[in-house]
Design a protein around this ligand. Sequence first.
Ligand code: ZN
Ligand code: ZN
Length: 224
Amino acid sequence: MTAIYDRVFDELLDEAVAFHGHLCPGQVLGVRMTVAGCRALGVAHPRQAGKRLAVFVEIDRCATDAIQALTGVSLGKRTLKHVDYGKTAATFVDTVTRHAVRVVARDDARELAGSVTPGERDARRAQTIAYRTLPEDRLLRLERVTVDPGWLDRRRVRVFCAKCGEGVNYEREVRASARVLCRACAGESYYVVCDPAVAESMTAVIASRPPVAHAAGDDHSRST
Ligand SMILES: [Zn+2]
Ligand SMILES: [Zn+2]
């Protein structure tokens, strides 16, 4: 089997596009990042690596899907970690050797796109072409890193938040002045409950409604 870094670029790009849903500069960039990361780490067949390969992505954008499509890492398998830094960067980790490589998309590559493709008026097309053709060191920056073991070896423990009572897994709780809190109750929440009374009544309404059952012979194609 051919190593990912020796495979034909367009085949990899097709796989990324099939997963992501469209061709965009992010897919091209994501393929380049994946190839570079796997080569630097010595992972020839990322999809066969199982839990050995973990990838920390620092942004939830197009390129992230390409990384997921080509490596097979996923949130559910706990091999894909989204660390929300808002940066087009990803760290590829061999969880056995603990070697890790952080791959960063160079900010100046975006500006270079115009000079690589003079005459191309469409900025997205220019970027797509540039991301394909720029030499790796002009497009990406790679660095050896070590990943804090706490991110890789989370113990399977479950505690309950002293404030909201919800269960918190994998040591993601916050311990503040002898209290155990979930991150939301500790002030890191991304949501605000609009009105606790409304939330409760919503649950009651949903619970009282039986699941929708389709009558036999229902033709779904006709209703769509
Ligand atoms: Zn996209
Ligand atoms: Zn809580």
